[in-house]
Write a protein that binds this ligand. Structure first.
Ligand code: CMC
Length: 424
């Protein structure tokens, strides 16, 4: 809805009116789509001040440290909901009734198994391939199984694809891990919760019973929940862009996994643990802080800073509390925790970080919890991908449900002028 305009004077002297679109909550945005008619594009590398879409799913106020899914705060959901209920909320827009929740959980549980021939795909991966590399390939391969039966214009087909993806991601993730350590794949178990089933497929073997501790199950569920969605981040925007071409959702999610992998995004949780290992002891922290502050050194404090949050990441607060609980419950004494806590204190009191509003983000703590529950570092980003699948697919669904155009950014060309071919 626009009841106000912004006025822009172009270099040609032409004055144009740009509608100001009102959000339901948070900042209004200037609709610049009409600029094209006047022969101009906008220039905003990194989308620093560009809204690529409107959305009803997730709201972030980076200055205040607020994250809402469908209007519910992340703290509220972490306290009172669980991952699958939050998935329902993200996809359908409302919390489920008891019956709806039961049906949803049953549907997800009954879709966890994979077509058996998918298991053979893993034979093609070298045993020490990074699990994220296998994940990109294996999730993309799902499109080979569900392509012909999928009409993305059908709401029902989109819903089935979403259920399949949410259900099968933990199975695939656990297979990536099992392949990397040379153990047999474990079939999913329908009597376990989403989180417990994932842990069972990760750590169980056919040789003996494996029981999942309730504390670990709860921590795992919370990690899934805290990563479920984060509005138009790099991987979600990748899924949307791929989806805007009409591509199959499994292929779109595979593209999202690729985007998530980088250390500036989902790869940060793995990078945090590697950094803590590299720092080693509390005495070495000042040296690493100096490195992070040196503009000529590419080193950054992993798990610090966020494009949107210029205040404490609300997910990090919940994760930190969870981290304390899990370590106490499991009696784990991880020396990296002492380094992490000291690093946090020093960084928070350092003017460099304060001036740039660099606070610990969700990934600063998630790695410590994951490592305490025995998850190897190379699986951290895979777990992020499992959690974020519902966010990716909900945004894809939201886009396809309304009129949309193929995503096609423009550019400012700064290359050669037209010139005739002359052999060198
Ligand atoms: N350590 C040291 N300096 C930093 C850091 C950091 N972690 N992050 C930003 N800066 C500095 C940066 O050098 C720049 O300084 P200056 O103004 O002097 O040039 C200033 O802070 C602004 O940084 P930026 O790179 O322009 O900020 P951005 O919004 O483009 O990048 C970020 C955000 C998350 C990519 C970046 O903060 C970063 O690389 N952090 C470490 C990686 C990380 O933890 N990523 C996980 C994000 S949370 C999970 C998710 O949602 O994906």
């Amino acid at each position: 809805m626009a009841d106000q305009n912004a006025t822009l004077t172009l270099p040609t002297g032409e004055v144009i009116e740009l509608p100001v679109l009102r959000g339901s909550y948070g900042p209004d945005v200037i609709d610049v789509s009409g600029l094209l008619k006047a022969g101009f594009f906008t220039y905003d590398p990194g989308f620093m001040s560009t809204a690529a879409t409107d959305s009803t799913i997730t709201y972030i106020d980076g200055d205040e440290g607020v994250l809402l899914h469908r209007g519910y705060s992340i703290e509220d959901l972490a306290e009172n909901s669980n991952y699958l209920e939050t998935c329902y909320l993200l996809w359908y827009g409302e919390l489920p009734s008891k019956m709806q929740k039961q049906e949803f959980v049953t549907s997800i549980t009954r879709h966890t198994m994979l077509n058996e021939s998918l298991a053979h795909f893993f034979d093609g991966f070298h045993h020490n391939a990074h699990p994220m590399a296998m994940m990109c390939g294996a999730v993309g391969a799902l499109s080979a199984f569900y392509h012909d039966v999928m009409d993305i214009r059908s709401e029902h087909h989109r819903e089935i694809a979403a259920h399949r993806l949410v259900a099968k991601m933990p199975t695939l993730a656990a297979m990536c891990y099992k392949h990397s350590i040379g153990q047999p794949f474990m079939y999913p178990r329908n009597d376990l919760s989403y989180a417990a089933n994932f842990l069972y497929m990760m750590f169980g073997t056919p040789c003996e019973d494996y029981t999942v501790s309730p504390a670990v199950e709860e921590a795992m569920d919370r990690i899934f929940l805290l990563h479920a969605d984060h509005e138009q981040n790099a991987s979600t925007s990748t899924v949307r862009l791929a989806g805007s071409t009409g591509a199959n959702p499994f292929a779109c999610v595979s593209a999202g996994i690729g985007a998530l992998w980088g250390p500036a995004h989902g790869g940060a949780n793995e990078a945090v643990l590697r950094m803590l290992d590299e720092i080693g002891t509390v005495e070495n922290i000042p040296m690493f802080i100096d490195k992070a502050k040196n503009p000529d050194d590419p080193f950054k404090l992993m798990g610090f800073g966020h494009r949107v949050y210029k205040n404490f990441d609300p997910r990090a607060k919940v994760m930190k509390a969870s981290c304390d609980d899990v370590l106490a419950e499991l009696g784990v004494k991880d020396p990296r925790l002492a380094v992490a806590m000291e690093l946090e204190q020093i960084a928070l009191s350092d003017p460099y970080f304060a001036e740039r509003k660099l606070f610990p983000n969700v990934d600063f703590y998630s790695g410590i919890i994951l490592s305490a529950i025995g998850i190897p570092t190379s699986m951290f980003t895979v777990i992020f991908a499992v959690s974020r699948t519902i966010g990716w697919i909900s945004h894809w669904h939201e886009m396809i449900s309304s009129p949309y155009k193929i995503g096609r950014p423009r550019q400012l060309y700064t290359g050669e002028l037209p010139r005739p071919y002359r052999a060198k």
